[in-house]
Design a protein around this ligand. Structure first.
Ligand code: FAD
Length: 370
């Protein structure tokens, strides 16, 4: 049996950010089931630093995104993590969509998120391969290197003497007072006794919480987001993020340049159910790229009329944990404390942007109960 003050389950951006904010003097262990930290949602995304424009006033998403975005830019600068505040354009392709932009502009004025309006002429001059009737430009959005960010958080945690156990999976909660967790490491099983548990297990966090709290209350439905890479469509390197108006469950197929100059198109939204697994015996991260190319060309027609399948090559797949509480969709981050147990559920976009702010909140909560 190993003893610790705090155990953090999950080594994605959220678990790593939390473990860095554990108050001085408390012994902490982070448990990660994969060979390395950050191999799941945290490294399968758009790598965008969001400005915080889409979420309701006062929501956890808005608050953590706005605070986290500023902190993330500062963190990148201080720790030499590559980033670029390149700005983002949200483009309306019809009069109906202009209505949406009007609502978005009013919301951003209220939330004090700066933006500028772009006319049809300006769109044509600046991004000629995009077809739009009006657009909003958000200068605070940017891109960064999430792999270097993850590495930096991990190094900082180790330097604070946090133990990081990879290839180790929390499989069961054996006791609640005190917390005793069973951990599987290959063929071996060991036990861990902790005063405080922080569940940052991403896609698996809801299932773990039901077991830990002995409830049947939380569910993460999985929604895949697939990406393709775009080649040879643009006459000069893409220097800004380009988004359509958002759809119900995602932000719409957007164009994201990364820091190496490669451009991604995606992600889409595809619900993933146990039937998918049985039907095609595919893994969560598999994709039929040829079919996807056809779908993306059709879906992007309004925004990118000159795009064809020849411009596209296979990308990658990320997965969003869509949270349901007692069967009802819960559209915000859920960061809750149950005595000496803290969980982080529904941490989908803008989770990267918000990560430092979320970690700081969990650090304060941990201090309050330690
Ligand atoms: C398609 C897509 C695009 C996105 N784009 C952006 C974006 O541009 N900007 C932005 O701000 N956000 C974006 N996000 C959101 C962001 O990627 C996530 O919110 C963030 O990565 C979540 O981090 P996490 O640590 O909660 O989860 P994860 O990265 O999934 O980490 C959870 C970790 O827990 C581990 N784990 C699970 N169960 C156990 C267990 N039982 N025992 C031990 N370890 C366990 C897993 O192996 C994993 O490493 C995007 C997400 C997706 C899916």
């Amino acid at each position: 049996m190993i003893d610790t003050d705090v155990v953090v389950i999950g080594g994605g951006v959220i678990g790593l950010s939390c473990v860095n904010q554990i108050p001085v003097g408390l012994k902490a262990i982070l448990i990660e089931k994969n060979r390395r930290c950050g191999e799941e949602s945290s490294s399968r995304n758009s790598e965008v630093i969001h400005s915080g424009i889409y979420y309701p006033h006062g929501s956890q998403k808005t608050e953590h995104c706005k605070v986290g975005r500023n902190e993330l830019y500062r963190f990148c600068e201080k720790n030499q993590i590559p980033f670029k505040q390149c700005g983002k354009v949200v483009v309306a392709t019809s009069q109906d969509e202009v209505q949406f932009l009007e609502g978005l502009a009013a919301h951003c004025e209220y939330e004090i998120v700066p933006f500028q309006r772009l006319s049809k002429n300006l769109i044509q001059r600046r991004i000629p391969w995009v077809q739009g009737v009006e657009a909003l430009y958000f200068p605070l959005s940017g891109i960064f290197d999430v792999h270097q960010y993850l590495r930096c958080l991990e190094i900082k945690a180790r330097s604070k003497e946090v133990t990081i156990a990879t290839n180790s999976r929390v499989s069961r909660f054996l006791s609640r007072d005190p917390w005793i967790l069973e951990v599987e490491e290959g063929d071996q099983k060991w036990q861990l006794r902790a005063k405080i548990v922080i569940n940052a297990a991403g896609l698996e966090a809801a299932t773990l919480s039901n077991e830990a709290l002995q409830v049947d209350r939380y569910e993460h439905k999985l929604c895949r987001g697939r990406y393709l890479l775009i080649n040879h469509l643009f006459s000069e390197p893409l220097s800004v993020l380009i988004y359509p108006v958002p759809e119900e469950e995602g932000l719409g197929l957007h164009l994201t340049p990364d820091l190496s100059g490669q451009v991604r198109l995606g992600p889409d939204t595809e619900w993933w159910s146990p039937q998918h697994k049985n039907k095609a015996s595919k893994s969560l991260y598999d994709c039929d790229w040829d079919t996807l190319k056809k779908e993306f060309v059709a879906q992007s027609k309004k925004l990118l009329p000159s795009l064809s399948e020849q411009h596209l090559s296979p990308g990658f797949v990320g997965v969003r944990p869509k949270l349901y509480v007692e069967g009802k969709a819960y559209r915000d981050f859920l960061i809750e404390r149950h005595e000496r147990y803290i969980h982080l559920l529904g941490i989908e976009s803008p989770g990267l942007t918000a990560s430092l702010s979320i970690g700081a909140q969990v650090g304060r909560e941990t201090e309050a109960i330690s």
